[in-house]
Design a protein around this ligand. Structure first.
Ligand code: GAL
Length: 426
């Protein structure tokens, strides 16, 4: 604490002397206390296919703000896994924050706001013209109860997607579209594939992808309204539809790969790409994994709403915050400006698989899958993702995750599972 206050105090004193600090854009911040301007950015897109989107964004940043150095201050940990979240948390607690960090828009930000780790960036919405550029529904989801906004989204991801290898289905005489109205119909095909010798017809990765699978299962069996009610308190966790969903979930898990606890999400995508599995349920960041393997959309792989969830868009957004107590706010704002800019959103999302948060970009420049997502976001019922921070605070997600791990590591007791989930909000 002392270290940071001393640094801030001496910077403030020097600012008084120079009378020129803390105003204007990064480009115009002339006299500077810093030897050079830089912004330390924390994300979990630290390697592999995840890093490609970040690299594209950095390229735009360097073009828009050539005087500011981008410092990659992140840590590997897909989905903002507990490892990367805990690492970030310890940095925030020890007052060693990155200048900006990515988090998920929505409930995930609550504790960061409460603990005053992040700044209100509402004024930047006016400055960058974002209030008009972002859809109203998104602004509502980003705003706290008192109307403040603490982050700027780079994108909108869809979570409820089934990734399909049509060749595996065709090989076993099954309909290759991958479209299923119900989980029962999906389970029937999984059983056929298993009987035909496909060891793991549905691939899944380690902990959070298993929570992700639970999320889409609850959505399928409860429908959007009752699913949302689980997170806002209007649906009783003891509802029989929850029991059905958990039973379905247990069955789905029985068709997954034995090495699931050691696979990252992209390892599970790789099983579909290789034809070892027919299906994987994952968000649209997986597009990067398929594109990196030169798989052709429609022919080599298909992407459809997760079974039983057609007409619903399970939403999440990666959103950049600005930490409190940082010295180089102008550089942090410059990064946020790039994140929110048309050019930044186009370059980033083209690779990331998500869709821009801005509505004023031309959809035609995006991939075929992304154009379907843009359309769905405009017309479907939107619900918030649990696994990816939109629906519940981190502490509740941690409890849900513990319940999932318990269930999947041998207990398979639906009653205990339902009770543990019911207790997660308390
Ligand atoms: C999500 C995140 C995505 C992607 C994915 C896999 O939580 O929003 O941008 O990184 O995890 O790591």
């Amino acid at each position: 604490m002392r270290k940071r206050i001393a640094a801030v105090a001496s910077a403030a004193a020097a600012c008084l002397a120079l009378a020129a600090c803390g105003t204007g854009t990064a480009e115009s911040a002339e006299p500077s206390l810093r030897t050079h301007e830089k912004v330390a950015v924390y994300t979990w897109w630290a390697a592999g296919v995840e890093k490609q989107g970040l690299d594209a964004l950095v390229e735009v940043f360097e073009k828009q703000h050539p005087g500011i150095e981008f410092v990659n201050d992140g840590l590997m940990g897909g989905g903002g896994s507990s490892t990367s979240k805990e690492h970030l948390q310890s940095r925030l607690e020890t007052e060693d924050p990155p200048d900006v960090f990515v988090a998920h828009a929505g409930a995930e930000l609550q504790d960061y706001i409460k603990d005053k780790y992040i700044q209100d960036v509402s004024a930047l919405y006016e400055e960058f013209g974002l209030t008009e550029a972002f859809p109203e529904d998104l602004i509502d989801r980003l705003s706290t109860k008192n109307g403040k906004i603490y982050s700027i989204p780079s994108n909108i991801h869809r979570a409820n997607l089934l990734w399909v290898n049509p060749a595996v289905l065709e090989q076993h005489g099954l309909e290759a579209s991958g479209e299923y109205d119900t989980l029962d119909a999906f389970l029937a095909d999984l059983e056929k594939l298993k009987k035909a010798g496909v060891e793991a017809p549905l691939s899944v990765g380690t902990t959070w992808p298993q929570v992700h699978l639970l999320e889409t299962t609850l959505l399928a069996d409860l429908g959007p309204e009752a699913y949302s009610g689980l997170w806002n308190g209007s649906t009783d966790w003891n509802d029989p539809r929850v029991t059905t969903a958990l039973e379905h979930y247990g069955k789905l898990m029985s068709y997954t790969n034995a090495d699931r606890d050691t696979l990252e999400w992209d390892g599970a995508s790789a099983m579909v790409i290789a034809g070892d599995s027919a299906f994987n349920i994952m968000g649209d960041w997986a597009l990067t994994a398929y594109n990196s393997e030169d798989m052709t959309y429609g022919d080599d792989y298909r992407v459809v709403p997760a079974p039983g969830t057609s007409g619903t868009f399970d939403f999440l957004a990666d959103s950049f915050t600005m930490s409190t107590g940082i010295l180089d706010e102008d550089s942090a704002k410059a990064w946020l400006q790039t994140v929110s800019s048309k050019e930044g959103q186009v370059a980033f999302n083209k690779i990331k698989g998500s869709i821009p948060a801005r509505t004023d970009v031309d959809a035609a420049q995006f991939s075929e899958y992304q154009r379907t997502a843009i359309e769905s976001f405009g017309q479907d019922t939107i619900v918030s993702s649990v696994t990816h921070g939109a629906a519940v605070p981190i502490a509740q997600l941690d409890k849900i995750t513990t319940a999932v791990v318990e269930f999947n590591s041998g207990s398979t007791d639906v009653v205990a599972f339902q009770a543990a989930l019911a207790a997660s909000g308390g």
